[in-house]
Design a protein. Structure first.
Length: 209
């Protein structure tokens, strides 16, 4: 795989309703749909290969983002459950202002800390996504586009750079809705981060419009 593009889903209703993320399954807002459209047009300029594969999380906000972009890129998204966000367990669908009452005490190592009852630890997330990433890498695709969530995109970056597992909780990565991250193998066959958390294509719109 020479090029891996990572896009976080657009603004979702849980963002504006003050609900938890994770497996809370809300659709995009109108602003989120506009973000997805602009991102699709920008990716038409960035993706070097006329033939590429598009994978998306099975959560509604990611599927809608991928479908909007796919219609512009003329490719049908493949839905992949392994790409869904980190589970918040019993805190799913809850108002953010209430979940602190359910949060479990932090334990070491943080990789194995489960923040809420029935939630996932970061190690669980790592074990869920790594086989999928290894599989698509073994298929020798030239270019792959993944539409997913912040935690998954963070894990994809660590996987690309072959970072030690312990770094997962030592370094945090922030990615904005409908931002583009481009990981590529350069001319010297080195794995690089060519573009990170780029939102220049979204500057023409505002959530207040």
């Amino acid at each position: 795989m020479q090029d891996l593009f990572l896009v976080r889903h657009g603004q979702s209703e849980h963002h504006v309703m003050g609900l938890t993320g994770g497996w809370t399954n809300t659709p995009l807002t109108e602003y989120g749909r506009r973000q997805a459209s602009l991102t699709g047009h920008r990716l038409r300029e960035l993706i070097p290969s006329a033939s590429f594969n598009l994978f998306t999380s099975d959560l509604l906000r990611a599927v809608e983002t991928a479908q909007i972009m796919g219609s512009i890129l003329e490719v049908i998204p493949t839905v992949e459950k392994a790409l869904r966000d980190l589970s918040w367990g019993v805190a799913t669908d809850m108002p953010l202002e209430e979940v602190h009452e359910l949060e479990l005490e932090k334990t070491e190592p943080l990789l194995d800390w489960v923040p809420f009852p029935e939630a996932e630890s970061w190690r669980m997330l790592h074990q869920r996504i790594t086989p999928f990433l290894n599989e698509i890498n073994s298929c020798n695709f030239d270019s792959v586009l993944i539409v997913s969530h912040q935690n998954i995109i963070e894990e994809c970056i660590f996987w690309w750079l072959e970072a030690p597992l312990k770094m997962r909780r030592e370094i945090a990565v922030d990615v904005a809705p409908c931002s583009i991250t481009h990981l590529r193998v350069n001319d010297w066959q080195k794995k690089t981060i060519a573009l990170f958390n780029n939102t220049d294509h979204l500057l023409s719109i505002s959530a207040d419009d």
